[in-house]
Design a protein around this ligand. Structure first.
Ligand code: HEC
Length: 399
């Protein structure tokens, strides 16, 4: 029996990551929704700041919120933290399995910066830790008193980080890393601030003291930040599937624009749950989205026009290029040491397969430079232009 552990491990970790991510985001959205919908209590008890009724799963729920804490510790208190911790741990494991273990293929792009595997991993780790130190410092500084100002500064710094990372890593690794920085800040918010503060509140309740109200306020602020960071992070995590977002020199601008779209949509729902529906927000989000789409498509068209000027392409040339740059991995029996079978099931070692996969070759190797993975064979823009020309001309074999 032969065991091919790597892809199964990859799948299992990704599965876990998606499940725990859904659980975390679900509970996080739910509690922000609760907070936004609380009403003044009809029969207030001491410390009670709001209540609400809801119906779900065949029954009615009556929730009451005690800002800071009730007078006495309840017998049984439910905590929400493992969803966040497991999302981060599984995400980090996935980062390690794909981008650290496979750094040469997925993380490093020698045409941007020549890095060893350990240098690249070092930069990745430094960006995660650095991101948290900067964000947490901002929250604790006087800027932290003003959520709007803090949001603008944090957003600008992240955009600068996106620019920096696209100069160092492969484009899709750079996109993913911005997501990892923000996602880690969210998880560390839970681990380093929200839960420790809640523990302090519980400890003072048990000791019969009245807890410091600032502990609750700080926790609420961090949880609000997490709420706004969620939608952009989700997009960054799935961005790998959408080369049109990151396969141009202004990809960091597009990333910033998409983040704005996510924040506007989240803001719309937060206001709506407080009874302040503002349709300008989704329209603005849609407008920014359309502008980004136009901008990215235009950039792409210009770039390809410039490259394919005067290029002639015959099937012979194409077949030679594919053999040189693709077939070491994309063959029935790959000769590349990292692969035992054709990755993604895509084989390019026969003419009919090259034609069959024409449109996907266009996405992966002409419109973007995702393939050849890690560009180990140093495929040039001119060579990509030849592939593009041949596909555009209808993939003819007989010339
Ligand atoms: C070093 C190995 C390697 C080389 C060389 C390589 N690929 Fe790939 N390719 C992969 C892997 C791995 C995947 C699986 C997708 C992933 O994880 O990104 C893939 C996926 C693909 C896909 C499917 C993507 C999708 O999801 O639609 C296409 C198409 C493709 N490659 C085309 C090419 C072309 C064209 C070349 C040459 C210009 C090439 N590849 C060179 C490793 C390679």
């Amino acid at each position: 029996m032969e065991l091919d552990i790597a892809p199964w491990l990859n799948m299992a970790i990704r599965w876990l990551h998606v499940i725990t991510g859904i659980a975390w985001i679900g509970s996080s959205f739910y509690f922000v929704w609760l907070d936004n919908n609380l009403e003044d209590p009809k029969e207030p008890k001491k410390g009670m700041s709001g209540e609400l009724w809801s119906v779900h799963g065949g029954g009615f729920y009556h929730k009451q919120k005690y800002a800071v804490a009730p007078e006495q510790m309840p017998d049984n208190l439910h905590w929400f933290k493992w969803e966040a911790y497991f999302t981060w741990m599984s995400g980090f494991a996935l980062l390690a399995v794909i981008y650290y273990y496979g750094a040469e293929l997925f993380l490093i792009d020698n045409s941007k910066m020549v890095l060893t595997q350990w240098q690249a991993i070092g930069i990745s780790l430094a960006s995660i830790v650095g991101g948290w130190v900067v964000y947490d410092g901002l929250c604790r500084s006087p800027v932290g008193q003003n959520n709007k100002l803090l949001g603008i500064i944090w957003f600008s710094l992240l955009t600068a980080a996106a620019y920096g990372l696209t100069q160092v890593f492969s484009d899709r690794a750079a996109y993913l890393h911005v997501g990892v920085i923000v996602g880690s800040a969210m998880a560390f918010n839970v681990f380093m601030v929200i839960i420790p503060n809640q523990k302090k509140v519980v400890a003072s309740l048990i000791a019969g003291e009245s807890p410091d109200p600032r502990l609750g306020q700080i926790g609420k602020q961090r949880s609000l930040h997490n709420n706004y960071m969620t939608l952009p992070v989700l997009l960054m995590m799935v961005s790998n599937h959408y080369p049109m977002t990151f396969s141009n020199p202004y990809n960091w601008v597009i990333l910033a624009g998409l983040a704005i779209v996510g924040v506007l949509i989240r803001h719309f729902f937060n206001l709506k749950h407080r009874g302040q529906t503002n349709y300008a927000l989704p329209f603005a989000a849609g407008g920014v989205f359309i502008l980004l789409m136009m901008f990215a498509s235009d950039m792409e068209a210009r770039e390809r026009k410039a490259l394919s000027k005067g290029v002639e392409a015959s099937f012979n040339q194409v077949q030679m290029l594919v053999t040189k740059h693709c077939a070491s991995c994309h063959a029935a029996n790959p000769s590349h040491e990292s692969f035992e079978e054709a990755p993604g099931g895509v084989m390019l070692d026969k003419p009919q397969f090259i034609i069959q996969h024409g449109p996907r070759i266009m996405e992966q190797a002409v419109k973007s430079d995702i393939m050849p993975l890690g560009n180990e064979t140093g495929m040039t823009d001119e060579e990509r232009a030849i592939l593009g020309k041949w596909i555009e001309n209808g993939m003819k074999v007989d010339d």
